[in-house]
Each structure stands twice: as structure tokens, then as C-alpha cells.
Design a protein around this ligand. Structure first.
Ligand SMILES: [Mn+2]
Length: 570
């Protein structure tokens, strides 16, 4: 029977997640789940800000949480979203079958009937804790029947299985497990007395003499067939009880009973125990497909996190391509997105960046606003959809707006950002100015003051004509120590020389002052003057302050690129 379709939707930001992308994912998931709950309660499909009733929205992140984000999350009591390193289809995205679960000791008859009922040719055999002990196929059961006569009439099974399979009446009970030979009542009394031992069974009809010999020998079990025709005497039953011999009374004839013995054998005797391939929900579909190619079975167990079978999967289930569903927040370019994005279905994009090269098969909800943060857009969407955010979530969103707009000092900041942040801060019961201070402090915290690390942590390379330029940026509040700056300047110069750059610059952007201190290492001494009008900068390395310059992409890099082009032409 097929399992219901997987209905997870990941809401996920860009690689190297920042505070805005993590917080936007958390808040937008909250809004979508509220809308989905509302839509399902009112039995309707929701409209253009969809919360599909059957979807569950899960905030996710494709990379580690940085110090700033971790601080903001914990101060409002939130956990980091689930880490999703890629969105390639996994077993959990596939519609697979429910498993047929059978306990180890079950008689083959029950397993076989269960397979016919479930229309499944493979059963998972489980131990008392529900863990997989092996697999049994219809083929295993057929083999057990075919080989039964070749076993020289030696059987091993719980007597309870035999009673069940034959529908026998129990007249006397002995040991619970049978493990011995089976004799048929067409033998002579003397021969029976010599040949039978305490672990054996005699299947016999109307032969009181043989019955008595068997019971006196203390054999394990006596099966009386055709019982309606010739009932066993009370005296013999009494004798059997005192000696611990089973006496079963069966209506069927001897021939039929012998033919049914194999059905009492417990399934664990015929199942495949070793080298059974299993998969887990997290396995990638591509790897599962590869693995199945090398194996003989049609179906394989899918295990849950406790090592218990939760499904059966086979090549047929992989015929239809599986997909993950995602909502992209704080980015819209696939190159910036989580690995495997090309295999996923993008349901929505909520973003505030330039529109890149996204292409979809279906119309999607695409919300793009030229505002300072995605968190601002998410806050506006909550209001637009009449979803009330909790005080904690409001505080979290306000923090993300502050973080992305550098407390409204970035040139990307708009009046909308300030309005949303103010209303969120009021809802959260926090002072916006104090919150801004705390967020900026967390943003400028440098855990590892290793100069090389600081230079590389946010470093972008640009090519202009024949020149390669490297521009790094680090955020500070109140500046770095003079000693650290000396080390950073040396690192900047070394990188320029070692890696053959025409220029390496590091912006130490001071979010409190609203400007950047630039550590500059250029081959051409006139470059700083051409770009920013600074005359005192020698070839080699220098430091200068650029008031009001906080954005690398909007303010800093374009000036340098213009200057390099000029220089190359001259
Ligand atoms: Mn952003």
C-alpha cells in the first residue's frame, strides 16, 4: 500500500548564511504554516500568498550559523534551523510501500498468506524490539516447501505453530519446541520401539498399539489423524500427560497432515539474514539506484532513525523522478543557492537582491522589493496576510533588519526598513536603539583575531581588463586595535605580492561611525588618487579613511574598477 506523498517544503536562504537569510527562513516558515493551517481548517486552497493545506514548511540553512546570528537567535530563544547541505532527492522524497512486518517465529503458512493479502512478495522479519532480522521472499517460502521432503523428515518448529497450522485439538502438552524426526504409522510395533527416540513425533491414525508404544517411549509428540473416525483412548491421553508427550488430535488424514508440516516451520529458518541491503530515509536517490543495480532483490527495507523498517523500496518506486520543494529567501540566483537546487522545485522566491537568471516550469510567487532586508519583506507579508507574529519572532525579525541595513546606515536601507523595524520592536517590547547596539556588537565580534582569517572571511575577486583585484571587508564597531591593523596591513600586502594581484584592499567598515577604514596595497601608487582622490598613498601599502562608504558593491568596488580602467587606457 502506498504511503502518503511527502509534503515537506524547505524554506532556505543562500550559502554562507547571514542573519537576514536565517531569520527570514524561520519567520516565513511560521507565516506559511499559519496560513496552511488556516486553509486546511476552512477546507480551501489558499490564494496568491499560498500556504498549501497539505504542506509543512521547514526553515533550513545550507551552511553554518555565524556568531552574530547565533547571538541573535539565542537572545530571543530560537534554535538554529535544520542544516540541509543539499536538496538532492532522498529516499524520504520518494513514495515507497509500507513494509509487511512479520515476527521471527511466525509459521511459514502465516507469512505466505500475509504476502497474498498484502500483494507483496517480500516480508521484513523483525525481532521482539521491532528491529530487522532478515528478509523473506515468496521464493524463500517456495524453496522451503520444495525441499521439505528432502530433509529426511527432520523438522524443527514451535509446537504452537503446528497446532495453529493444523487446527489441531490439544489433548496433552509437552515441551514447547519440537526438533526431531517424524515417523508415520505404517511401521511395525517392534521397529517403532527401536527406532523412535524422545525428540521424535509419530503421525498415526487408528493404531492403539503404536500409540501406546510411542507414549511409553516418551516421544515428544503424537499426532492422531482422522480423529473423528478413531478417537484416542482416555487412558493413553492420561499416560501422555504424565510423561510430557504432546497429543494432538486432527480431523485431516495422515497424508494431508504430513503435507502441511513444512508450513509450521518458523520464518527465521528460511529468511535471508546476511548481507541484506537496507536504506535510510536520508540516502540520496542517486546512490540508492546505483546500489540496487548490484543487488538481486526486488524490494529493500527502508529503515527509520531507530533501525526499524518503515517502508519497502524498489526500482519501480524510483522510476518517477523525486523532488524536494523549496522556497528561496534572501537570494534568487541558483549559483548562490544550496547544492542540488536544479533537482528541486522552487515554489516561491522572497528576496531583495537584483534579479538574476532564475527560470521555472510553472508560475511561482516571486516577491522582490528593493528594501534593505528580506526580513522587512517577510514582516510586511505577515501583516498583509493577517498573521500575528509572536513578540519573540518580532524581536528576531527586527534584529535581522538591523543586521542587513547596518542599523539603517547602509545606502541600501529604506524608510520601509525603519518603519517595519519600529513596529516589530514595539511588538517585541524592546528598545530599537538598544537592540541595534546589541546586534552591531554581535556583528563586529571577531572570535579569532587571526589577520589572515579576517582578510579571507569575506573576500571577493574582481577582474578588470588585465588586472586582478581582491577586496575584503570586515565589520567593526569602534575600530580594530592598532596592532591588529598593522598585522592586517602586512597580510594585505603579502597577499597582493604572493597571489599577483594589482590591488588588495580590506575595508574595515565601522558601523557606528558610518564609514570604512581602508587598508590598501596596490602596485600602482596613483590608484588611490584616481579612485578616491587620496594623494598621500604611496606604491606599496597605506591606510586611509572613507567617510560614508560602507557598501563594497555599491560604493567601493565601482570606483576602483573605474580607476583601473582609466589607468589601463593611459
Ligand atoms: Mn539580505
Amino acid at each position: 500500500m502506498p504511503k502518503s506523498a511527502p509534503n515537506k517544503v524547505y524554506i532556505i536562504g543562500h550559502k554562507s548564511p547571514d542573519c537576514d537569510s536565517i531569520v527570514s527562513a524561520i519567520a516565513y516558515a511560521e507565516i506559511k504554516n499559519a496560513l496552511a493551517g488556516w486553509a486546511s481548517a476552512h477546507a480551501c486552497a489558499s490564494q496568491d500568498a499560498p500556504g498549501e493545506p497539505h504542506y509543512v514548511y521547514i526553515p533550513a540553512r545550507p551552511g553554518p550559523v555565524n556568531h552574530e546570528t547565533a547571538t541573535v537567535l539565542s537572545s530571543f530563544g530560537f534554535e538554529a534551523p535544520q542544516f540541509v547541505p543539499n536538496v538532492y532527492p532522498q529516499v524520504s522524497d520518494v513514495q515507497f510501500d509500507k513494509p509487511m512486518l512479520v515476527p521471527e517465529g511466525a509459521p511459514l503458512r502465516d507469512v505466505w498468506r500475509g504476502m497474498l493479502d498484502a500483494k507483496s512478495a517480500t516480508a521484513c522479519i523483525i525481532d521482539p524490539d521491532g528491529r530487522l532480522s532478515g528478509l523473506a521472499t515468496l521464493g524463500d517460502i517456495a524453496r522451503a516447501e520444495l525441499y521439505a521432503p528432502a530433509q529426511k523428515d527432520r523438522y524443527s518448529f514451535p509446537m504452537a505453530n503446528l497446532v495453529k497450522v493444523l487446527g489441531a485439538e490439544v489433548l496433552a502438552e509437552g515441551q514447547p519446541e519440537f526438533d526431531g524426526r517424524v515417523f508415520v504409522g505404517d511401521i511395525g510395533v517392534d521397529w517403532a520401539r527401536n527406532a523412535m527416540s524422545a525428540c521424535d513425533m509419530l503421525v498415526v491414525s487408528d493404531r492403539p498399539d503404536l500409540q501406546r508404544v510411542a507414549i511409553e517411549k516418551g516421544i515428544a509428540a503424537l499426532m492422531i489423524t482422522d480423529a473423528g473416525r478413531a478417537p484416542v483412548s482416555r487412558e493413553l491421553v492420561k499416560l501422555a500427560r504424565s510423561g510430557g508427550t504432546w497429543v494432538l488430535s486432527v480431523e485431516a488424514d495422515t497424508h494431508s497432515c504430513l503435507g502441511l508440516l513444512w508450513q509450521a516451520v518458523p520464518v527465521d529458518q528460511v529468511m535471508t539474514k546476511h548481507d541484506v541491503a537496507t536504506f535510510i530515509l536520508d540516502d540520496l536517490v542517486s546512490e540508492v539506484r546505483e546500489e540496487m543495480r548490484t543487488r538481486p532483490f526486488k524490494l529493500y527495507p527502508v529503515m527509520d532513525e531507530h533501525g526499524r523498517p518503515t517502508g519497502m523500496i524498489g526500482g519501480n518506486h524510483l522510476a518517477d523522478p523525486a523532488h524536494k520543494r523549496i522556497v528561496m529567501v534572501d537570494h534568487n540566483e541558483k549559483t548562490q543557492s544550496v547544492e542540488g537546487i536544479d533537482t528541486a522545485i522552487v515554489l516561491e522566491v522572497i528576496d531583495h537582491h537584483r534579479i538574476g537568471s532564475i527560470e521555472t516550469d510553472h508560475p511561482i510567487l516571486f516577491v522582490n522589493r528593493p528594501w534593505g532586508s528580506t526580513a522587512t519583506i517577510v514582516s510586511a507579508l505577515a501583516r498583509q496576510n493577517h498573521v500575528t507574529l509572536s513578540p519573540a519572532l518580532s524581536g528576531l525579525l527586527a534584529s535581522a533588519i538591523i543586521s542587513d541595513t547596518l542599523a539603517f546606515k547602509s545606502p541600501t536601507s529604506t524608510v520601509q526598513d525603519r518603519l517595519e523595524a519600529e513596529s516589530l520592536a514595539t511588538c517585541a517590547g524592546v528598545n530599537l536603539g538598544k537592540l541595534a547596539q546589541a546586534v552591531l556588537e554581535a556583528k563586529t565580534y571577531i572570535e579569532d583575531a587571526d589577520p589572515g582569517e579576517i582578510l579571507r572571511s569575506d573576500f571577493k575577486e574582481f577582474t578588470v581588463g588585465k588586472s586582478r583585484l581582491g577586496i575584503g571587508q570586515a565589520t567593526t564597531s569602534g575600530g580594530f586595535s592598532a596592532d591588529l591593523k598593522r598585522q592586517l596591513l602586512a597580510a594585505t600586502r603579502n597577499l597582493m605580492e604572493d597571489a599577483g594581484y594589482a590591488l588588495v584592499a580590506l575595508m574595515l567598515t565601522d558601523v557606528t561611525e558610518g564609514g570604512s577604514e581602508v587598508l590598501w596595497a596596490a602596485r600602482d601608487g596613483s590608484l588611490a588618487e584616481r579612485a578616491f582622490g587620496y594623494t598621500g598613498v604611496e606604491a606599496g601599502a597605506q591606510v586611509f579613511w572613507l567617510p560614508g562608504v560602507v557598501s563594497r558593491k555599491q560604493q567601493f568596488a565601482p570606483e576602483i574598477m573605474r580607476a583601473v580602467r582609466e589607468l589601463e587606457r593611459s
